[in-house]
Design a protein. Structure first.
Lengths: 73, 430
């Protein structure tokens, strides 16, 4: 299952707040898809320091798509 | 829950933000007290004091506080012990800027060594810590500009210390040329490059615009650094005056490009609604175009450079029109932004999640923004109609006091929300 957070029209820091809240309840095997108009440096620092697996793709319309999974136990 | 752990504690930056506007109040009141004489020449003691209340006071406080938060957010770099640095740098800059302004306003040179020591040590520590953090990272489109800005702040500080020596007769050096160079590094190297560097990240983020074209963050810091290096050679190697003019023309290109690109991006924003920050930035960019035109006019020859009131017009356009406007707009976004992120975690709380709009009422920000631009118009008008000078000073002081009050209100809302969340958590936890 994929959880989608579209932060493109939200005013910062709301996208970051939503992602952090959703990561709390992200189940093993679930994937989170985050859509933003910028490269989210703070979010990526947080993901890396907590061991989350993530992948970023720049879509044609300028959207940064992040796919995030929980750290492996 | 994960936290926004890279950013330093709220108090590290907020002490700078809450102090900054009151230097503007002091500048406005000084202008109102001194009257038209203050702006007759850029060399008058009140004009020197006014300049440094705005640069070493208002702008330095706001920009140093913002950098402590911005470096981790935009580049992922960690500033070493930000709270300790703030505990040391904030009082040093505060006391140093006040002593410097007092010393210049009353021509009391016995106060200058203390001001030099405080500003020199405070800025030295700040540049060292931020510079090291920026050298250890490779992330973010703002990085080249931030590195250049910190280097330019260090050069500005050294030139300022040399000027203080020359001002008190401890060093024999051409005062006017060195002053121009100090101003060029401070405004063109530190303030403008920092404003651009921060804008490359926050304008698309907060104003919902498309991103800046990648060439601008690469070329702007390099071109301005090259122009300032050429200007420095011109001053220290006693090169012909055309080199100074060439340096100004070279610096004007990225400044104008930054202003035009920002205005174009604002036009292409994805959200139709505008707010105080949007208007502050639009005003700042229009003023940057005007300031660049005035600087180019002054570089046409010595008869233009010294033609009154052109130097004072450039000062008002740059300091109040560009930098106070942009910084005010930025503070209205970053204070609520940081406050929202720093609120305690509210898992299981019955309270609604915080919104960035809860901290400072939009109506109050818009009204203050209108007063700011009215004060700017009066400051420019009083150069032609001196009778307006005291009114311009009072208007600017009121505008800055309103800004300070709005920011303080944001902090009060943060404290109230934080206490409410803690109380709610205690009830749910018991």
């Amino acid at each position: 299952m994929t959880v989608v957070i579209d932060g493109r029209e939200l005013e910062p820091p709301e996208p970051l707040q939503r992602v952090l809240a959703a990561l709390d309840v992200l189940a093993d095997g679930e994937e989170m898809r985050v859509l933003l108009y910028c490269h989210p440096v703070p979010l990526i620092s947080i993901l890396e320091s907590n061991g989350y697996a993530w992948q970023e793709t720049l879509l044609e319309d300028g959207t940064h798509e992040l796919r995030i999974r929980r750290p492996r136990p | 829950m994960l936290s926004f752990e890279q950013a330093p504690p709220l108090s590290a930056s907020f002490r700078f933000f809450l102090t900054a506007p009151w230097f503007g109040v002091a500048a406005g009141l000084l202008l109102a007290w001194e009257g038209p004489e203050a702006l007759l020449s850029r060399w008058s003691p009140p004009a020197l004091a006014l300049t440094h209340l705005l640069t070493a006071g208002f702008l330095l406080q706001a920009m140093c506080g913002a950098l402590l938060q911005f470096i981790p957010v935009a580049t992922g770099a960690n500033v070493w012990r930000p709270l300790l640095i703030a505990n040391f740098v904030h009082p040093a800059l505060l006391a140093g800027a006040l002593l410097l302004a007092l010393s210049l306003a009353r021509a009391r040179t016995e106060l200058l060594p203390a001001a030099e020591a405080l500003l020199g040590v405070g800025l030295g520590a700040f540049c060292a810590v931020c510079g090291l953090a920026l050298l250890r990272t490779t992330t973010g489109m703002s990085l080249p500009a931030l590195r250049t800005a910190i280097a330019a702040l260090a050069v500005t500080t050294v030139l300022g210390l040399l000027l203080a020596q020359a001002y008190t007769g401890r060093l024999q050096i051409a005062l006017p040329a060195l002053t121009d160079l100090h101003a060029a590094w401070g405004l063109g190297g530190w303030a403008l490059v920092l404003l651009a560097g921060v804008s490359f990240t926050v304008v698309p983020m907060f104003q919902m615009t498309p991103p800046y074209p990648p060439w601008l963050p690469r070329l702007l810091p390099a071109t301005l650094a090259l122009a300032l290096a050429a200007a420095s050679v011109g001053v220290f190697a006693s090169a012909p005056s055309w080199l100074w003019s060439l340096a100004i023309a070279l610096a004007a290109v990225p400044a104008v490009a930054f202003a035009l690109v920002t205005l174009r991006l604002q036009q292409r924003r994805r959200r139709a609604r505008t707010d105080a920050t949007f208007a502050f930035f639009r005003g700042a960019m229009i003023m940057l175009l005007a300031a660049a035109a005035a600087c180019l006019a002054s570089s046409l020859g010595p008869e233009f450079a010294q033609a009154q009131p052109l130097p004072v017009v450039i000062g008002v356009l740059c300091l109040v029109g560009v930098f106070v406007s942009a910084v005010s707009g930025m503070l209205y976004k970053i204070v609520p932004f940081i406050a929202t992120l720093k609120l305690p975690h509210r898992a299981g709380s019955s309270l609604a999640p915080p919104s960035i709009k809860m901290f400072i009422p939009e109506r109050s920000m818009v009204a203050q923004m209108r007063l700011h631009f009215a004060a700017l118009a009066l400051l420019l008008a009083c150069l032609a109609i001196p009778q307006l000078t005291r009114l311009a000073g009072v208007a600017f002081a009121l505008s800055c006091a309103w800004l300070g009050t709005n920011l303080l209100r944001g902090l009060r809302v943060y404290v109230a929300l934080r206490d409410q969340i803690r109380a709610d958590a205690a009830v749910h936890g018991s």
